[in-house]
Design a protein around this ligand. Structure first.
Ligand SMILES: NC(=O)c1ccc[n+]([C@@H]2O[C@H](COP(=O)([O-])OP(=O)(O)OC[C@H]3O[C@@H](n4cnc5c(N)ncnc54)[C@H](OP(=O)(O)O)[C@@H]3O)[C@@H](O)[C@H]2O)c1
Length: 338
C-alpha cells in the first residue's frame, strides 16, 4: 500500500511516498481501507518535530491524524466492528498515519460513520469536533447560560466549534475575516466580529469561555473579554502542566510550568484562568455525537478536497494559510481523498 511519509523531521517539502505491506490488526485493533483523510495544521507541526519530546516517532513515519473509511480486517477481540463497516476516527498518537491506503486504529478510537455524510465530509470531522467537545466539556463546562468566544470561526476548528458550542446551548461570538461573516452567521454564531475592520475587545465583554485558536499576543488580548472567573482554553499554546500529565511525561512538568508563565500571570491579574488543550482520541464521544451529525445539527464544512496523490499540495495550502501574503485556504477543512 502507498503511504505518505516524513523521512526525517523537517520541512514538508521533503515528504516521501513509500510502499508498505497492508497492516495486520492486533487483538483490539481494526484495519481500515482509508477513503479520505482530514488535513490539519498539526500535521505540519508533527513533520517539523514540534511534538517529538511528547510523542517521539521513529522516522520514517506516516503522517495523517484522522480518517473515514471501510473496515477491512478486525482483531480477534474486536466485537463492536465488522469487516465492511463504514467508520471514522481520530486515532491516538501511537496509530498516527492516515495519509495511507490502509490505516490501523484501536477500536476504542473509532466510531461508525454518520450515515448522511460522504467519506470526505466524515473525514473532516473527528479531530476538530473532539477538540471543541473537549474544550467545552473537559476543560470548561459550557452549558445553556454560557457565553463563548471563538477566535477564527470559519477555520477548520472554528467552523465546528461554533456548532458544538451552540449544541451545548451557549451564546456564541466569533471573529472572522470579511468574506466569511455570512458563513459564521449561518453556522450559528450570535455575534460575528470582522477582525479586519473591528476591534473585538470593544464589542465583547463578560464571556465565560474563550477558545483561543491563534496564540501569541492574541491569547493575552482575548483574555480581556472574559468575565472574572472565566477561562481561556488555548489550543495553540504555550502548553501548561496538564499536557505533561496527559502525555504521561511528568518530568516535562517544570518545563511546561515555565513555558506557560506569561499567560498564567496575565490570567491571574484578570482573575481568569489559562488552560492549554491538546485534544485526544475518543471513539465513544464520536459515537455519542453521531446522531447530532446525522440530524444535520452539526454539519461538516469542507473547503478543499485533493486527490491522495496531491497530498503535498493539500499540506502546502494548509501551511500557506499561516503565512502573511500567501493565498488563504477556503473556509473549513482541507481533505485528501484516496
Ligand atoms: N491543541 C489541539 O488539540 C488543536 C486541535 C485542533 C487545532 N489546533 C490548532 O488550532 C489552530 C486552528 O486550527 P484550524 O484547523 O482551525 O486552522 P485553519 O483551518 O487554518 O483556520 C485558521 C483560522 O484562523 C483565522 N484567523 C487568522 N488570523 C485571524 C485573526 N487575527 N483573528 C481571527 N481569526 C483569524 C482564519 O480566518 P481567515 O481565513 O478568515 O483569516 C482561519 O479561519 C491551529 O494552530 C491548530 O494547530 C490545535
Amino acid at each position: 500500500m502507498k503511504t505518505y511519509q516524513v523521512p526525517q523531521y523537517g520541512d514538508i517539502s521533503q515528504m516521501q511516498w513509500n510502499e508498505h505491506p497492508i497492516p495486520e490488526p492486533g487483538a483490539h485493533e481494526i484495519v481500515v481501507k482509508v477513503a479520505a483523510s482530514g488535513v490539519n495544521p498539526v500535521d505540519i507541526m508533527i513533520a517539523h518535530g514540534d511534538f517529538k519530546l511528547l510523542f517521539p516517532q521513529k522516522t520514517p513515519f506516516t503522517l495523517g491524524n484522522e480518517f473515514a473509511g471501510t473496515v477491512s480486517a478486525v482483531g480477534s477481540d474486536v466485537t463492536r466492528f465488522s469487516v465492511g463497516d463504514e467508520v471514522f476516527a481520530r486515532p491516538s498518537e501511537k496509530y498516527m498515519g492516515t495519509f495511507a491506503e490502509f490505516a490501523v486504529a484501536h477500536e476504542d478510537d473509532v466510531a461508525l460513520k454518520p450515515a448522511n455524510l460522504t467519506m470526505v465530509e466524515a473525514a473532516s470531522i473527528p479531530l476538530v469536533m473532539l477538540t471543541a467537545i473537549q474544550a467545552f466539556t473537559e476543560k470548561t463546562k459550557v452549558g445553556p447560560r454560557s457565553k463563548v468566544f471563538i477566535q477564527g470561526g470559519t477555520g477548520g476548528l472554528g467552523s465546528i466549534a461554533i456548532q458544538v458550542a451552540k449544541h451545548l446551548g451557549a451564546f456564541v461570538a466569533t471573529t472572522v475575516s470579511t468574506p466569511n461573516v455570512e458563513l459564521a452567521k449561518e453556522l450559528g454564531a450570535d455575534v460575528v466580529v470582522d477582525y479586519r475592520t473591528e476591534n473585538y475587545e470593544l464589542a465583547l465583554s463578560e464571556y465565560d469561555v474563550v477558545l483561543d485558536t491563534l496564540g501569541g499576543d492574541e491569547t493575552l488580548r482575548a483574555m480581556k473579554v472574559l468575565a472574572p472567573g472565566g477561562t481561556l482554553v488555548s489550543v495553540v499554546g504555550p502548553p501548561d502542566t496538564s499536557l505533561a500529565e496527559a502525555a504521561g511525561k511528568p518530568l516535562l512538568k517544570p518545563l511546561m510550568f515555565a513555558m506557560s508563565r506569561k499567560p498564567r500571570a496575565a490570567a491571574k491579574k484578570l482573575n481568569v484562568q489559562y488552560k492549554f488543550l491538546l485534544m485526544h482520541a475518543d471513539g465513544a464521544k464520536l459515537e455519542e455525537y453521531r446522531p447530532v451529525l446525522e440530524s444535520g445539527e452539526i454539519r461538516p464544512v469542507v473547503g478543499s478536497v485533493f486527490a491522495f496523490e496531491d497530498t503535498d499540495q493539500a499540506l502546502e495550502l494548509a501551511e500557506a494559510g499561516k503565512i502573511k501574503g500567501q493565498p488563504k485556504p477556503k473556509p473549513g477543512k482541507i481533505v485528501v481523498e484516496m
